[in-house]
Design a binder for this molecule. Structure first.
Ligand SMILES: NC(=O)c1ccc[n+]([C@@H]2O[C@H](COP(=O)([O-])OP(=O)(O)OC[C@H]3O[C@@H](n4cnc5c(N)ncnc54)[C@H](OP(=O)(O)O)[C@@H]3O)[C@@H](O)[C@H]2O)c1
Length: 402
């Protein structure tokens, strides 16, 4: 019995172990399940948060849209109007899209507008639409990448108008829709958007008329060309910093950057070159436009009173035009609005202290970002922001670099 008991005892000790194993097994499964549940809850929490952020962003956008539509109805007051019917504004690529709308809105504000178009006949047709509405719009052929066309235009402008007060560089091309990235036309894109814009700035600056309120240049650019975009940016940090820092920025550096990109597109090595990966050619062309705008702002900043030239660039948003295949969520009217507003700023040299201490916003990307969002604020609100943006661009405040 005892033996049996012993045996039994000996056997019995096995039982609790099995039980333990079994218990542990169950505990493991239970804790696995708990972990899985917790993970699921966590990812659900993250999804909810993301959704909440999206909803909040959507609400903010909607509010901004409402503010814009309200502000659009406020006319400039007499004391804000520094321009008159004698003020000459020219717009490149104005036969259609955003350029046409900029020409239209400037003419509605009472300026004399020169609508330019690379196809003379198409330009005539576009101008006729505005002229028939009683607007003071003139037309001339201008291909921004053709030196002889630029020369003919320059002479015509000088002879007939004695110069100009406002230049809107709007002409541009893009051959990619959405996030496509074919680079077959990279050279044309960079040549038109960057070198063409530069050609016109260089040709027009000597013709810009002295004016107590300063002459204006507005470059229609794109958010895709931001230096510090989260996803679509130059991966080479040193180059990015050089392009960002207005002290190390030079025309040679910008030209070299786009030319290196183009060489790599040609020899097929561009994918390893840390270039923007969405609409790479277009993004690079607009990045160059933005950098050149900042460079010119600095170079133009020491012109004497009465001969000031204020230069800025902005992104019109994603606009329903031929360029986007009429996709996008902004009308050409809305896309044009910020450009017109920047061109007509009543007092761009005015300092507003409120934003002076904000460490972030004066970075190039932030300015673009703000200007992108200016479609919201316009006038009163936006004036405050852009006055300081322009003052900073003109070197009135220390430029903040990362
Ligand atoms: N649409 C958008 O979502 C969007 C977003 C950001 C920035 N942008 C910028 O906004 C500007 C206007 O674009 P859009 O959307 O209004 O496009 P669009 O309807 O395609 O208009 C582009 C204009 O540029 C002209 N152009 C092209 N190459 C030219 C050249 N070598 N010389 C003179 N004119 C030339 C075109 O003339 P033709 O009619 O002869 O081709 C056309 O008038 C561009 O700079 C574009 O990069 C647009």
């Amino acid at each position: 019995m005892e033996k049996e008991a012993e045996n039994a005892d000996q056997e019995h000790p096995m039982e609790p172990d099995k039980e333990k194993e079994k218990d542990h097994g169950e505990e493991d499964t239970e804790s696995d399940n708990e972990e899985r549940d917790e993970e699921e809850r966590e990812s659900q929490r993250l999804r909810d948060k993301k959704m909440e952020r999206r909803l909040r962003a959507k609400e903010r956008r909607e509010k901004r849209r409402q503010v814009i539509s309200l502000l659009r109805t406020i006319p400039y007051s007499d004391h804000q109007r520094w321009w008159s019917a004698d003020t000459i504004a020219m717009v490149t690529g104005a036969n259609r899209g955003i350029g046409f709308e900029i020409a239209h809105q400037l003419a509605l504000h009472g300026l004399t507008v020169i609508l330019t178009s690379r196809d003379a006949a198409v330009g005539e047709e576009a101008a006729k639409v505005l002229q028939e509405g009683g607007l003071n719009v003139h037309v001339h052929q201008l291909d921004i990448v053709d030196p002889s066309s630029i020369q003919v235009f320059t002479e015509w402008l000088q002879q007939n108008y004695g110069g100009l007060d406002i230049l809107i560089n709007n002409a541009g091309v893009n051959f990619n829709y959405g996030s496509d990235n074919q680079l077959e036309f990279a050279e044309q894109v960079i040549t038109t958007n960057y070198f063409g814009t530069k050609n016109i700035i260089k040709a027009m600056i000597p013709l810009m008329r002295p004016n107590a309120s300063g002459a204006r240049i507005v470059n229609v650019s794109s958010r895709l060309g931001r230096l510090n975009g989260k996803r679509n940016r130059i991966g080479d940090l040193t180059l990015r910093h050089q392009l960002e820092d207005v002290d190390s920025l030079s025309e040679e550096l910008i030209d070299k950057t786009v030319n290196t990109f183009l060489e790599q597109v040609k020899d097929g090595s561009w994918t390893s070159g840390k270039w923007p990966q969405t609409c790479a050619d277009y993004s690079m062309s607009k990045l160059a436009v933005n950098a050149y705008t900042r460079l010119m702002a600095k170079m133009l900043s020491d012109r004497p009173e009465g001969q000031k030239i204020y230069i800025n660039c902005y992104c019109p948003g994603w606009v329903k035009t031929a360029m986007t295949g009429w996709a996008g969520h902004t009308s050409p009217e809305d896309g044009a609005d910020t450009g017109v507003w920047l061109a007509l700023l009543p007092d761009p040299d005015h300092e507003i202290g409120f934003y002076k201490n904000d460490e972030n916003w004066c970075k190039e990307s932030s300015i673009l970002n703000w200007l992108l969002q200016l479609n919201f604020f316009r006038r009163e609100y936006a004036t405050a922001i852009a006055f300081v943006a322009i003052s900073r661009l003109l070197g009135k405040f220390e430029t903040n670099t990362e």
